[in-house]
Write a protein that binds this ligand. Structure first.
Ligand SMILES: Nc1ncnc2c1ncn2[C@@H]1O[C@H](COP(=O)(O)OP(=O)(O)O)[C@@H](O)[C@H]1O
Ligand SMILES: [Mg+2]
Length: 378
């Protein structure tokens, strides 16, 4: 798995048994490998840009190789022989995601593209690979995202409690699961920026030295500009009811960041405001779109954003009386959660079971997700 933060490759080694609601997931190891700066630049050079097809094709194969090597490295460190791998799920690196239609030659087109050629992963690991999870859902009229809610439902549903499962990656997304609910009652959507705006500011203010605001340090030294925060919160995206998904094309663009570079703001003020934007839009999403439909007893957070105490502190306050926890409290390492989710999705796809939640993606029907790439014979 590699998310919208483009920080690195996450490999989760998991054991999965059973099926449907009886599916059991046990985490065996997790290994994360940061992208080298040149690789990161190469990814950005083909993300939401006008680019050469040559570059796009090259990065696709480069990432396939790096993903395959990452799996090998993770297995080696965990002391698990490659031959023990039955299946790999590779989400890939999203370089373009356009859930709303545009017209080409009289045809309405929406599209999504994740890079990381699976033939290379299969070749390097000897295991079958399921990749390209999103297109089947889009073909069925969905937004192709979010897909993790299916897994959230399997792992975190509760008879007694209403739970919101929140991932704070580059983008923040949530899966709200009413107590004792059926899958079609789940509400899931991207709330807006997770770390993406903060990361961009950290990089800008440090002249490229820092990739993120480590431990929320800079934000803790600033004052929130409440006018700017108010203006940003008024964005059409935050008001639109789910299902909805977003990405770097919206919250990572230069023009979105421009207001933070107002000379009247210190870098610390800008960071505090970006931090508050993430926290308030998450909390506002719960209040506007979730709380009217279900009781929210707790919010279970995962992703890199959980390492930002400034963000978590603010969220805890805004979400109260609902409790803020992390997925680690439930035995799912919060850095590994998204990668674990795609292992589960791959497992379901491999067994030809549908794994999108139409309630989450807006698809017309449940779909078997992904494409399978078989390895060379062992
Ligand atoms: N110590 C930390 N302090 C603050 N933020 C952190 C810290 N560690 C990681 N992060 C944030 O987490 C992000 C990576 O989170 P991740 O869950 O991998 O997102 P994605 O799924 O988009 O790749 C980093 O870009 C950074 O913003
Ligand atoms: Mg990441």
């Amino acid at each position: 798995m590699s998310g919208t933060s483009v920080d690195g490759i996450d490999v989760a080694l998991v054991e999965i048994r059973g099926e449907g609601l009886k599916l059991k997931v046990q985490s065996r190891a997790f290994h994360s490998i940061p992208y080298a700066p040149d690789v990161r630049d190469a990814i950005f050079s083909v993300t939401n840009t006008e680019t050469h097809t040559s570059r796009l094709s090259q990065v696709h194969f480069l990432l396939g190789r790096l993903f395959g090597e990452a799996v090998r490295e993770a297995c080696e460190r965990a002391g698990i022989p490659l031959g023990k791998l039955d299946l790999i799920g590779s989400h890939g690196q999203t370089v373009y995601h356009q859930p709303s239609e545009s017209e080409i030659g009289g045809v309405l087109v929406k599209s999504t593209l994740q890079l990381g050629e699976s033939a290379l992963i299969a070749d390097l690991t000897g295991a079958p690979v399921v990749a390209d999870f999103r297109p089947a859902d889009m073909a069925a009229g969905g937004e192709g995202a979010p897909l993790v809610p299916y897994v959230d439902y399997l792992l975190f549903r509760s008879r007694a409690e209403g739970r919101v499962v929140l991932n704070i990656g580059g983008i923040a997304n949530m899966t709200a699961i009413p107590s004792a609910s059926e899958p079609h009652q789940v509400i899931a959507f991207d709330t807006g920026p997770g770390n993406m705006v903060m990361d961009a500011l950290a990089e800008h203010f440090s002249g490229g030295q820092a990739r993120f605001d480590r431990d929320g340090h800079l934000a803790s030294e600033g004052q929130i500009d409440s006018d700017l925060l108010e203006r940003l919160r008024n964005d059409e995206y935050f008001k639109r009811p789910p299902p909805k998904s977003t990405g770097r094309e919206k919250f990572g663009e230069r023009h979105y960041l421009e207001p933070f570079f107002d000379p009247a703001l210190t870098p610390a003020d800008a960071m505090a405001t970006a931090n508050a934007l993430t926290a308030t839009t998450i909390a506002q999403s719960v209040q506007q779109f979730v709380a009217p439909k279900m009781g929210v007893d707790e919010v279970i957070a995962s992703g890199g954003g959980t390492r930002n105490p400034e963000l978590m502190g603010r969220l805890r306050e805004l979400l109260s009386p609902a409790l803020l926890r992390t997925s680690g409290d439930y035995g799912i390492d919060s850095d590994a959660k998204e990668a674990i989710a795609f292992a589960v999705l791959a497992y379901e796809s491999f067994h030809r079971r549908p794994a999108n939640l139409p309630a989450a993606t807006g698809a017309r029907r449940p779909c078997v997700l992904g494409k399978i790439c078989h390895p060379p014979p062992r």
